[in-house]
Design a protein around this ligand. Structure first.
Ligand code: ATP
Length: 367
């Protein structure tokens, strides 16, 4: 509703060459990152890549070995967590069962120096935003699961923090509630305009909530960009291979006098221009098309044949495991004609403009 008065906009957060060593191990390696005011930024990467450590340094729960952290204009690198005015959202959504919703919402305000008018204002504002105004005098036991969750969220926003920090906040929920709650969380964050840093290893979750995603691997930022940017224009092989399910196919490339070839034991020449320093190409499974041999499409010269090893139905698509010259790769197709379903050998096409090219260091050459 347009009548809700929102708190101040979120503040930018800046990391400058932030480093964290645990003894011999460097968990975070000189990470520089600017999170804009009001932005929803997701830290995404495999287990152990340093996501949680990065978030904990922003929160003040770990001290960087080197580098600086800023919230707004304030350097906070060594500031106590409770002085940073951030709100950390954890996995569990615990409420006090014998307190009313109003008392549950009031609890995080206890330690803050606020007038009673200001307390009331904040409780009513949070309740209005979360549409739980008519539940304020009830106890958690009288609420549905979804309502309880909104009360728990209310406890996070009521302090009107400078930013939200969230570490896998949905991992305790079942799959359906997780999808529902992440949509609510995103809507709430947009309404409030509060800067949010969110840690997850779940790429689908990251894609669905983020303004921008920072991909981390082995303590280093690999790429920062919108979900579309990092999916469509990965800057290196790690990002290309990490995003997407099933994963991108990679092929080693050999440059021959006749042209650029892949699948060395049973070579296939690639059509179209391939940048000279290309060492590997990548193609997403959804850009690999398949037809039965002897079909009309066989006339297309860019096709090559491959053995069809496995068909896995996915409900709305099929995943095909293919093989040529001892190399296996994957196609994801929407439909599967009967001729293909029963074939041992099929024609394979790479869709135009769908190749990603990488140099010997795994850096993308695709522009
Ligand atoms: P996950 O998704 O599994 O939680 P992560 O990306 O959040 O992983 P971190 O928890 O930040 O990774 O850990 C990064 C690295 O630092 C890991 O190798 C981890 O074992 C190590 N590490 C984290 N905290 C400590 C600590 N207090 N002492 C020693 N090593 C630590």
């Amino acid at each position: 509703s347009g009548s809700v008065e929102l708190g101040g906009a979120g503040e930018p957060i800046r990391l400058e060459r932030v480093r964290k060593e645990f003894g011999e191990l460097t968990a975070v390696k000189d990470v520089s990152l600017e999170i804009q005011s009001g932005e929803f930024l997701v830290l995404l990467g495999p287990s152990g890549c340093g996501k949680t450590t990065t978030l904990r340094m922003i929160a003040g729960l770990e001290t960087p070995t080197d580098g600086e952290i800023y919230i707004g204009d304030d350097e906070v690198t060594r500031m106590l967590p409770q002085k940073r005015e951030l709100s950390m959202v954890f996995q569990s959504y615990a409420l006090y069962p014998h307190k009313t919703v109003r008392e549950n919402l009031a609890f995080p305000l206890k330690k803050m120096d606020l007038s009673s008018d200001e307390r009331t204002r904040r409780i009513e504002r949070a309740a209005e935003i979360l549409e739980i105004s008519d539940l304020l005098e009830k106890q958690p036991g009288q609420l549905s699961g979804g309502q309880r969750q909104r009360v728990a969220l209310g406890r996070t926003i009521i302090r009107e923090p400078r930013a939200f920090l969230m570490d896998e906040p949905l991992s305790n929920l079942d799959a359906k509630l997780r999808v529902h709650t992440r949509t609510e969380l995103r809507e709430l964050q947009q309404n409030l305009g509060t800067t949010t840093v969110y840690v997850t290893h779940d790429q689908e979750e990251a894609m669905s909530v983020a303004d921008r995603i920072a991909i981390l691997n082995d303590g280093e930022i690999q790429q920062v960009g919108s979900p579309e940017e990092i999916y469509q224009n990965p800057e290196n092989e790690f990002v290309a291979g990490f995003l997407g399910e099933p994963a991108m196919n990679f092929f080693d490339v050999s440059q021959t006098p006749e042209g650029v070839e892949i699948l060395g034991d049973d070579p296939v020449r690639l059509k179209g221009p391939i940048p000279a320093p290309t060492e590997r190409i990548g193609i997403r499974p959804e850009h690999v098309a398949v037809a039965s041999q002897h079909s009309a499409e066989q006339a297309r010269t860019s096709a090559f044949t491959a053995n069809l090893l496995v068909i896995e139905p996915l409900g709305n698509a099929y995943e095909l495991e293919l093989e040529r010259g001892g190399v296996q790769f994957t196609a994801r197709v929407r439909s599967l004609p009967d001729e293909v379903r029963t074939a041992e050998t099929v024609d394979v096409f790479f869709e135009a403009d769908s190749l990603n090219t990488f140099d010997e260091d795994g850096v993308s050459l695709t522009t």
